[in-house]
Design a protein around this ligand. Structure first.
Ligand code: AMP
Length: 192
């Protein structure tokens, strides 16, 4: 059975970790735009060189670049039966673009999962990750910029998905296993 999901949540919400766990449990791949950009930067590809200045500052990569990368990824065979999109769409224009891509493929989203975590817990997790992973964009300035962009551009998208009856809000606080179980229960409850 196919299933196409997006997972939303600010940095520090555990979105990447949970997307990976959910994908494993559901037997579908994740498409993480952040991971795709980081892989390109590490491998010093042309795309990596193009996006590095944006990601390092916590700014969004221009839509044309991001959309084209997602389109190419959606054309790969392993996502034919489903996927979890992690980190995309991140603004209103990307929502429209994704709708167009899926429509062209004759498929639709089954759900949009939002991980809800309060701001204090987010900041504590971000600080811990900055220590552990040493990501280039975990500077205080880039972190603040990413949180602002999420609040201004990405969080409002949840309303668009709620209007379509696709949004499920999931409590993102607690043990990792517990949160995965909540997400799986939410997926089970989706009207499909
Ligand atoms: P993430 O790992 O999801 O926090 O993404 C890391 C960085 O990659 C972001 O701060 C952006 O610079 C870039 N990025 C990831 N996804 C997108 C997107 N959908 N649109 C634009 N830029 C993105």
């Amino acid at each position: 059975m196919s299933i196409r999901l997006i997972i939303m949540g600010p940095q520090g919400s555990g979105k990447g970790t949970q997307a990976a766990r959910l994908a494993e449990a559901l037997g579908i791949p994740t498409i993480s735009t952040g991971d795709l950009f980081r892989a390109n930067i590490t491998q010093a590809t042309e795309l990596g060189a193009l996006v590095q200045s944006y990601t390092a500052r916590g700014e969004l990569v221009p839509d044309e670049v991001t959309n084209a990368m997602v389109r190419a990824r959606l054309d790969e065979a392993d996502v034919a039966e489903g996927f979890i999109l992690d980190g995309y769409p991140r603004n209103a224009a990307q929502v429209v673009e994704l709708d167009g891509m899926l429509e062209a493929d004759g498929v639709h989203l089954d759900g949009a999962l939002e991980l809800v975590v309060d701001r204090e817990a987010l900041l504590a997790r971000i600080a811990r990750r900055a220590e552990l992973e040493g990501r280039e964009d975990d500077t205080p300035e880039a972190i603040a910029r990413r949180l602002d962009i999420y609040a201004e551009q990405t969080a409002p998208l949840t309303h668009a998905y709620a209007d379509r009856g696709l949004l499920v809000r999931v409590d993102g606080e607690g043990e990792i296993e517990e949160i995965t179980a909540r997400l799986l229960a939410a997926v089970d409850g989706l009207a499909r």
